[in-house]
Write a protein that binds this ligand. Structure first.
Ligand code: SF4
Length: 270
């Protein structure tokens, strides 16, 4: 079943045609796990062309293209940040059955985990928590203590990146909610591109948005957000690697404070 309807764009800029898909359209099959997408020259050329064409598209239009291009093979990872909540809000209007998951490292703030219930309450979307094989206690016991204190890159690799590889099996495309103006690594992200690290097409519908646009939509649509943002946390990751920041500090200054590290590795090419 497909329902066609027309409504105002969630970005508040222009009317868009919304097609609400039936759940069966959005769920991958058992065989999908072995059905990896191959980055042929044709696919890479298509992604390149599409990315350029979508540079001027709204986030809703970018998501619409992705849902249509990868039916049943499109997923989203979220840490429940403001940008992620905006993408979930948009997806809830055009394709609410796109599977959404959270990389549950075992070190997330309780306020972050509570966002899962708020998403369910507001949108009826069940965000699946994807966890590493070892619990925090097992992981720390096996490594002689918290790895985030000595080798955060390895901790992120074990508790985030490897989990994403597993979570993405059977899918061909994933949505990230990163913005180009967040960091130099993120500044070069295409709207649509091949993510070599995870063997998926990566779609970044908010690449061209600013922080101001994100928060304007959150305010106008009353989108739920992590209450820690009201306590000086501009960017929120795991509690051991996140601190609140002063108003004049960079958005991501509170992440891995004291280390050169600025990214968990999900959005870098190596
Ligand atoms: S953010 Fe910190 S605690 Fe979380 S996975 Fe990375 S290093 Fe480990």
């Amino acid at each position: 079943m497909q329902v066609e309807k027309t409504t105002s764009g969630s970005d508040g800029r222009r009317p868009v045609a919304l097609r609400v898909l039936h759940p069966d359209d959005m769920i991958g099959t058992e065989d999908a796990a072995d059905d990896a997408l191959v980055p042929t020259p044709e696919l890479l050329a298509e992604l390149d062309r599409t990315s350029q064409r979508l540079e001027s598209a709204t986030p809703m239009q970018i998501l619409r293209w992705t849902v249509d291009r990868f039916p049943g093979k499109f997923t989203m990872a979220t840490a429940f940040g403001p940008e992620g909540m905006v993408v979930i809000h948009m997806l809830s209007q055009i394709a609410p059955h796109v599977p959404v998951f959270n990389l549950d490292t075992g070190y997330q703030f309780k306020e972050t985990l509570e966002m899962r219930d708020r998403v369910k309450q507001r949108y009826g979307i069940d965000v699946e928590l994807k966890q590493p094989e070892l619990t925090v206690a097992q992981y720390e016991a096996a490594n002689g203590g918290p790895v985030y204190k000595t080798d955060p890159d390895r901790c992120c690799l074990d508790r985030k990146n490897k989990v994403l590889v597993q979570a993405a099996r059977g899918f061909h495309a994933w949505a990230s909610a990163i913005r180009r103006d967040q960091s130099p690594d993120r500044a070069v992200v295409p709207i649509v591109g091949w993510d070599n690290k995870f063997g998926l097409v990566k779609v970044s519908p908010l690449a061209n948005w600013t922080k101001k646009e994100v928060w304007a939509l959150i305010a106008s649509e009353s989108i739920p957000y992590n209450p820690l943002h009201d306590q000086g946390y501009k960017s929120i990751g795991c509690w051991p690697c996140t601190r609140s920041v002063a108003p004049e500090e960079d958005e991501r200054a509170g992440r891995w404070s004291g280390f050169a590290k600025k990214e968990c590795g999900l959005h870098t090419s190596n």
